[in-house]
Design a protein around this ligand. Structure first.
Ligand code: URA
Length: 242
């Protein structure tokens, strides 16, 4: 036996490894496989600095599957389908709405009703394909009678929204309506909130009016278009000529 403690330690490790390999050959567990990282543990990176698509797609799917089974708040009792997202995570632009309505709850996709059709036109006016952006909501289950989610419901669903946005890490987020703006913490304590840049975990956020509000009050389409042009400037893109 060597009297050098380093050699002794190396010999012990080597025989332990041999034993584990042997157990593995016999059908034992051998070395435990490294656990894949939980999608809830996403390190903070700069805007637009997401991981590779191959890496984030499966992690977003884990979150979506978890949301489909979630019972963290009362909204889960009334859902037909949970509504996680639509579009591509491989994008520089994310829209966050409030919560699913009737059609979204039926189809399991966000913004597929009348407000969604208007959002699609806004996206096209910005020069993006309908599926070239990523769209999600503060809450993943439909609130009864399409009411605004309660703070306790939004807080329960932050369990999904925070890692979801952290995985996509776009260059810019557009918060659609006051509920989304509040939940991304970009509403100033007093005064105007629409059209004022804020920041969510290092990502610039532009809060603007919700498309459902624009359907009722089309006179506010102009300021929303101005907000979206600010977003295009930050993204170094020009709106296509119309
Ligand atoms: N309104 C929202 O905020 N989200 C949807 O998905 C649909 C309507």
């Amino acid at each position: 036996m060597s009297s050098n403690p380093e050699n002794e330690l190396a010999a012990v490790i080597s025989s332990a490894q041999e034993l584990l390999r042997w157990e593995e050959t016999l059908g034992g567990q051998g070395f435990p496989a490294p656990k894949p990282p939980s999608p809830h543990e996403t390190p903070l990176a700069g805007p637009g600095a997401r991981g590779s698509d191959q890496d984030i797609q499966p992690r977003l799917q884990v979150l979506a599957d978890e949301a489909a089974e979630c019972t963290r708040c009362e909204l889960s009792r009334g859902r037909t389908k949970s509504v996680f997202a639509r579009g591509t995570p491989d994008t520089d632009l994310v829209f966050v709405g409030e919560g699913p309505g009737f059609h979204e709850d039926q189809q399991g996709l966000p913004f597929v009703g009348r407000a969604g059709q208007l959002l699609d036109r806004m996206v096209a006016a910005m020069g993006y394909d309908r599926d070239g952006v990523y769209i999600c909501n503060v809450v993943k289950c439909r609130p009864p009678d399409n009411r605004t989610p309660l703070p306790v419901e939004a807080a329960a669903c932050a369990h999904f929204l925070i890692p979801q946005l952290d995985l996509v890490r776009p260059k810019t987020i557009v918060a659609l309506g006051r509920c989304a703006a509040e939940n991304l913490n970009v509403v100033p304590p007093a005064g105007r909130w629409r059209g004022i840049w804020g920041e969510w975990r290092g990502i610039p956020v532009m809060p603007t009016y919700h498309p459902a509000f624009l359907l009722r009050s089309p006179q506010f389409k102009k300021p929303v278009w101005e907000d979206l042009q600010e977003v295009l400037k930050v993204l170094n893109r020009a709106a296509p000529k119309r």
